[in-house]
Ligand binder design. Structure first.
Ligand code: EPZ
Length: 438
């Protein structure tokens, strides 16, 4: 059994010497927001599951550890995660891990499906809003489960799960995935209306079908599920991470670089590509790669985050940082989460001119950023601050990179592969040494 060992604590930082054009090729890993529900869904079968193209990120280990604590076993071999779930006997999630990540909520739907019971603490996750789970619970109840919240824990149980016609009050990626899992072995047919259409929702549906489920319509706003009696093990490759890909596309734009982003599905990035072209980047699409280059100062735009296929909320900090260096005034509207501009103050310390009013940021582009010590408030904002450091004059230190390590595989290594001068450090001595060299 080979386990990956994760470092990456609060003390770790990135230190960056900016003003380097990113150039070259970068290979995108499997999607974080797909592989996490896939690991949860693996507990629905009592066989062996191989998940290929599995990114080595901290959240994957946390989810795999949860499977281990329930009685399952797992090991990594290259980019394949293998899970043995036959001996799982518990449906009570370990509190110390559940609160770490949002994706632990997927275990509720998966355990309810297999054991007709699940007990889990409220999920954790990036602090970008209140992130309620009422739509998840609404779906479970519609399928016949009794769900109570006691001392912050979700207690769900059902003598029998039956099909239902569920209309989501708002488009929710997590609730769509969770209800799809809970309905997979319910008796009869389930329809989910107003379903989320993200590529990772489609990936989870394809994964469940590869285990023997009967799900149609994923990727549209109506998903139909015919309950089956049992699910078997499977071997499945995770879809490429469109958000990781977009992050490198904006890093190329912000540093006026020229980067070929490989192992992507260009269709998943249409909204991002459209915005990059609109602000003046050259974007070239290939079957499984996208090339982004920028040779002059970029222009302004307005962007509003929307459910897929609209502009993704997980790419909001990355475009905001890029627009903060553009020529003109841009407006970024965050319509999915209520608290996703926490990076604005950090960016202002680097010279950005960004004013947040409610769920809108008004950004007056400046000629340059200057390096500073900044803190990553959450996963995508952290990645965006690294992009700012890559573009800035001087040295930038990004603290609290534990958030970034949750969702980006080998982020500093891949950036160094593109010519960035960036290192992971965890003490003042290393920072002094880097500054002397920079
Ligand atoms: C998933 O979060 C992703 N996380 C998020 O990515 C992503 O930003 C989000 O989908 C939207 O694409 C994972 O997949 C682990 P939602 P999720 O349910 O499922 C409200 C990242 O950076 N809502 O689609 O939690 C909710 O408050 C992370 O990788 C309810 O009101 O998002 C939000 O305003 C950040 N009740 C909106 O819906 C519910 O029961 C969309 O949330 C559920 C959601």
């Amino acid at each position: 059994m080979r386990y990956i060992v994760f470092s990456g604590g609060k003390m770790e930082r990135y230190i960056i010497a900016g003003k380097k054009r990113l150039e070259g090729k970068v290979k995108i890993s499997g999607a974080k927001n797909s592989v996490l529900p896939l690991i949860a869904a693996s507990v629905m079968n009592n066989g062996v599951t191989h998940i290929h193209n599995c990114p080595k990120i901290r959240d994957v280990l946390v989810m795999a550890e949860i499977v281990g604590r329930l009685g399952g076993k797992f090991f990594f071999s290259g980019d394949t995660l293998t899970l043995f779930t036959e001996n799982i006997r518990s449906w009570i999630l370990p509190e110390d891990l559940t609160g770490e990540i949002r994706a632990s909520v997927f275990m509720t739907g998966a355990l309810l499906s297999r054991f007709k019971a699940a007990e889990t603490a409220k999920p954790g996750g990036c602090n970008i809003g209140s992130r309620p789970i009422d739509q998840h619970l609404k779906g479970f109840r519609a399928l016949g489960a009794e769900v109570n919240i006691r001392h912050g824990a979700i207690m769900a149980s059902a003598s029998d799960l039956h099909g239902s016609h569920i209309f989501m009050d708002m488009v929710s990626v997590g609730a769509t995935i969770n209800v799809m899992m809970a309905a997979s072995m319910a008796r009869g047919n389930t329809t989910i209306e107003n379903a989320a259409k993200e590529p990772h929702v489609v990936d989870v549906a394809n994964f469940l079908n590869s285990m023997g489920a009967n799900i149609k319509g994923a990727g549209t706003d109506v998903i139909r599920i015919k309950g089956v009696d049992t699910l078997h093990g499977t071997s499945y490759a995770v879809v490429p991470d469109m958000i990781e890909a977009g992050t490198y596309m904006f890093a190329a734009a912000a540093t006026k670089g020229d980067v070929l982003v490989k192992n992507v599905i260009p269709k998943h990035l249409e909204a991002t590509t459209a915005k990059l072209e609109e602000i003046g980047c050259d974007v070239e699409e290939f079957d499984d790669a996208i090339r982004v280059s920028a040779s002059r100062r970029l222009g302004r735009t307005h962007v509003k985050t929307q459910p897929y296929p609209g502009y993704p909320t997980d790419m909001q900090p990355q475009i905001a940082v890029t627009l903060a260096l553009a020529n003109g005034t841009s407006i970024v509207t965050e319509s999915i989460f209520e608290n996703r501009f926490k990076y604005a103050d950090e960016l202002a310390r680097m010279g950005a001119c960004i004013k947040v009013e409610g769920n809108t940021a008004i950004i007056d582009g400046v000629e340059k950023f200057t390096g500073a010590e900044v803190s990553a408030p959450d996963l995508r904002a952290g990645a965006a601050l690294v992009i700012a450091g890559l573009a800035a004059e001087g040295v930038t230190v990004v603290d609290d990179i534990v958030y970034i390590l949750r969702g980006y595989e080998d982020f500093d290594g891949k950036l160094r592969g593109l010519g960035a001068e960036i290192e992971r450090v965890n003490n003042a001595k290393d920072i002094r040494k880097f500054r002397l060299r920079a």
